[in-house]
Design a protein around this ligand. Structure first.
Ligand code: ZN
Length: 368
């Protein structure tokens, strides 16, 4: 790296550092930034000025301080200075949301996916609506399957035909050539949303388990989404009984056969998660316990392998309430080496794929 390039690199790293501090602290003075970063007062002032010109940061009043002398002007992130879009592309609909720089929700929309319709056009329509009159800084499209990061295409999916999603990246990039666009597996984005917005203490290692029609898992290791070679997180196909039923994946006794929402409803002979919550028959309660037990064994396998700080369960299974979660926890503490592992339901109210997607683009732009 020549001298000019190194200086540019340091400046970029420093500007990201300053922005991150303002973002993290909500309100902060230039003097406090100087203290934390050990950058000179002149450098901090120059970088803040650049961020203000860019429209990312604004001044927001004077710091309340008892000491006399110069009052410190506080800085904050300008929510409308830029926006990030996250999309959750599902089999039957696209859910998308747009967030400001401080992650205030600006707008969310849904677009139905009609059979035979070009998926890229549906995504483009959604992005087009959200990017109207907004300065978009990044877009992340969450898809249910394996993504090739080199070609930005969906390689395979058990939910949709990969072929239907092949033009998504190129279509959006052509329309918005200056915007960073990412395609990511949806489960990893859920894990990222949980880390940043789940109300936990920003765990660096966590597993988010999503239970709906299938059972998936998002893995966060040292704060980063872990994709493996692309297939990591196929939690539903961890076997919890090798003498069990044959699964569509080819294995036997996969977790999905016992703990997915359709499997739970089938075992307890009811039609909705809410009905599972109110089960009264002993036979049905026992069947639910079996489903919960399968999940507890699956979670224990992950815990033994990765020892995450936290396991967060999301998806429609949350509607079964403690009726399902309590036996999961009871069985886990009975079989696990680490008894006090936290297993909780997700409390995110917004679509976690869209929210995690917006955060992913944000991190790509501002992480050092
Ligand atoms: Zn399987």
């Amino acid at each position: 790296m020549d001298n000019k390039a190194s200086q540019q690199f340091i400046k970029e790293a420093n500007i990201k550092l300053v922005f991150s501090l303002i973002h993290k602290n909500k309100k902060i003075s230039r003097a406090d930034i100087k203290k934390i970063t050990c950058l000179s007062a002149t450098t901090v002032s120059t970088l803040v000025e650049e961020l203000m010109v860019e429209g990312f940061v604004s001044e927001c009043g004077i710091k309340n301080t008892k000491s006399s002398g110069r009052k410190a002007v506080m800085l904050k992130v300008k929510s409308g200075g830029g926006f990030f879009i996250g999309l959750d592309v599902q089999k039957t609909r696209i859910e998308a949301a747009c967030y400001g720089l401080d992650f205030t929700l600006s707008e969310k929309i849904e677009h139905p996916v009609i059979k035979g319709e070009n998926l890229a056009m549906g995504v483009m329509h959604t992005v087009g609506r959200l990017s109207r009159k907004r300065r978009i800084l990044g877009i992340t499209i969450g898809l249910p399957g394996v993504i090739d990061p080199d070609t930005n295409t969906l390689i395979s999916s058990t939910v949709m035909a990969a072929e239907d999603a092949k033009d998504i990246y190129s279509t959006i990039k052509e329309a918005l050539p200056d915007v960073d666009i990412y395609l990511k597996n949806n489960s990893g984005l859920i894990a990222l949303a949980e880390k940043e917005f789940g109300g936990h203490e920003h765990p660096e290692n966590l597993i988010s388990v999503d239970i709906d029609d299938g059972v998936g898992a998002g893995i966060l290791i040292d704060g980063e989404i872990y994709d493996g070679s692309g297939m990591a997180g196929e939690f539903g196909h961890i076997s919890v009984d090798f003498n069990g039923k044959r699964c569509k994946c080819g294995s036997y006794g996969c977790l999905e056969l016992y703990s997915s929402m359709p499997a739970i409803l089938d075992a307890t002979r009811v039609k909705s998660a809410k009905e599972v919550k109110k089960l009264s028959g002993e036979k049905e309660k026992e069947a639910l316990k079996k489903s919960a037990r399968a999940l507890a064994f699956g979670i224990n396998n992950i815990v033994n392998l990765l020892d995450p700080e936290l396991i967060v369960i999301g998806g429609s299974v949350r509607e079964t309430g403690d009726a399902f979660l309590n036996p999961v926890k009871e069985c886990f503490s009975e079989i696990s080496l680490i008894k006090n592992k936290k297993i909780v339901y997700s409390e995110l109210k917004e679509n976690p794929v869209a929210l995690g997607g917006a955060r992913y683009s944000f991190d790509k732009l501002f992480s050092i």
